[in-house]
Design a protein around this ligand. Structure first.
Ligand SMILES: Nc1ncnc2c1ncn2[C@@H]1O[C@H](COP(=O)(O)OP(=O)(O)OP(=O)(O)O)[C@@H](O)[C@H]1O
Ligand SMILES: [Mg+2]
Length: 468
């Protein structure tokens, strides 16, 4: 009887014990989840205050892998030219061959853009709403396998997919709960804001550096203006003194002189002539300096493109061998004239052709393609808004993507070896085009293929008669 009663009691309370125990276990898991979810939530709050991009990215992957105990976490971020998502931070043991970038038209990116929510690799294909063709799903799966991704969490700023967070397996082997995904989504969106912020600060810092560089140049310019005046006055005085003395020497009656005295006088004459010729070239240098720094409308008139190119080529031939390349002038004879300063525009085309030539030489020397010949094509387009678009296209070595943003900054040069550049050519060009002529300049370039500079210059109001 007694055992029966005991069994009865046990049968009654056993389910309760089971429920109690499983609840305890669940609570423990939940507690653990809540702990790291709290850590993540807290972390996402402070994130926007960090302005150093590298620190921020490292911090994000660090927090995620530590708090949730993951195999690995990686961040892919849209590059500034919006052409691909680049792996910018990685922590833990990722796949053996981690993808360094993911293209913008990759099925993974497409899927994140469409669904705007975390992608769980296990669920792909199971979700009916995806409605994707099998080929695309297969590609998506392939990509996730390559990335060893368990979950991919998109980071949006407004509707732009700024990047995504790739998470590996949890070390505990547990699966990701819906709650986890929610917390990660908050974190990823906070991270996106923080990254956006950090980028803004980086840009502002760079801009500040550029401004102070430009200010330095402007100061040099103002100084040069003042200095050149004074230097020119001194040069003038020197040339007068040298000229007068030379006249006196030339008029001196040397018949009673000894041969030594005559030799001495000849030497003095030679020295005075050298002083005179140096004064003349010194004056030229000062004039050249002024050319860069003077601004204003003086010397502005209707200038024909053909005339600019003609006179530029005349100057350029002293520096480069024009027979080594083809210069194709691909614009109509009646191209409307530009409202500009001939000397300054010569400077622009001189520097552009000079750069194109250097790029060709570099291509010839690095790529060693048989039969390669340098070519510069100058062609125009009417932009229809009172501006003339002039393209200067070369088939030189081209610029590397990472250098694009630095090209117009003063003192940026890649010519370090034999042909040292000062890195001022494009800076001066930009200044002449934008501040002096109120025009525009941009470029397109492909490494190992060539570069095209696109200038937009204002057309002259009155054409025919006043063309120089
Ligand atoms: N046509 C081009 N093709 C490829 N790279 C170019 C071209 N023009 C400019 N660059 C790149 O931009 C950099 C800056 O050009 P920039 O004319 O300002 O200076 P530089 O030619 O190096 O020196 P400098 O003109 O003072 O002698 C160059 O060093 C080169 O890397
Ligand atoms: Mg140059």
């Amino acid at each position: 009887m007694a055992p029966l009663v005991l069994m009865g009691i046990f049968a009654t309370i056993a389910p309760f014990i089971y429920i109690y125990l499983s609840r305890r276990a669940e609570e423990r898991i939940l507690k653990e989840q809540r702990r790291y979810q709290d850590t993540l939530r807290q972390a996402s709050v402070g994130m926007t205050r960090i302005r150093d991009m590298q620190k921020l990215l490292k911090l994000i992957v660090h927090i995620v892998t530590r708090a949730v105990q993951l195999d690995y976490a990686g961040i892919y971020l849209l590059d500034r030219e919006n052409s691909y998502y680049k792996l910018v931070a990685l922590r833990g043991k990722g796949p053996a061959r981690m993808l360094s970038y993911v293209k913008v038209d990759d099925p993974l990116v497409k899927c994140l853009l469409e669904e705007k929510e975390p992608l769980v690799s296990e669920e792909i294909g199971r979700r009916p709403q995806q409605n994707k063709p099998a080929v695309e799903l297969e590609k998506l799966n392939e990509q996730l396998t390559l990335l060893s991704a368990c979950v991919v969490i998109p980071s949006f700023v407004e509707n732009n997919l700024l990047g995504f967070l790739v998470l590996g397996d949890k070390r505990s082997g547990a699966i990701y709960s819906q709650d986890d995904l929610n917390v990660f989504t908050v974190l990823a969106n906070q991270a996106a804001l923080a990254i956006d912020n950090a980028r803004f600060f980086e840009d502002a810092k760079e801009l500040q550096e550029q401004i102070s560089q430009a200010e330095k140049m402007a100061t040099i310019g103002t100084m040069a203006d003042g200095l050149s005046h004074q230097i020119n006055n001194r040069f003038y005085a020197l040339s007068l003194i040298a000229g007068d003395t030379l006249d006196t020497v030339k008029l001196t009656d040397t018949t009673s002189y000894t041969s030594e005295q005559r030799e001495l006088l000849n030497q003095i004459k030679y020295a005075l002539e050298r002083i005179q010729s140096n004064v003349v070239s010194g004056g030229e240098i000062v004039k050249g300096m002024l050319k860069y720094t003077r601004k204003g409308e003086e010397g502005f008139s209707a200038v024909a493109l053909d005339k600019i190119i003609d006179s530029t080529l005349e100057m350029v031939q002293y520096k480069i061998k024009l027979s080594e390349l083809d210069i194709i002038r691909d614009y109509p004879r009646d191209t409307p004239a530009i409202n500009g300063n001939l000397t300054q525009l010569q400077e622009v085309f001189f520097n552009l052709i000079d750069n194109a030539y250097d790029a060709m030489v570099e291509r010839r020397e690095t790529l060693k393609e048989p039969g390669y010949r340098g070519k510069i094509r100058i062609y125009t387009e009417s932009s229809g808004n009172g501006y003339l678009k002039i393209n200067v296209e070369d088939n030189g070595i081209g610029a590397k993507h990472e250098d694009f943003r630095k090209m117009f900054t003063p003192f940026f040069t890649t010519k370090v070896s034999s042909k040292k550049g000062t890195g001022l050519g494009l800076y001066v060009i930009k200044k002449i085009i934008t501040s002096n002529h109120y025009g525009k300049i941009s470029f397109e370039s492909t490494y190992k293929q060539g570069t095209k500079f696109i200038l937009e210059l204002p057309l002259a109001a009155i054409r025919e008669e006043t063309v120089q």
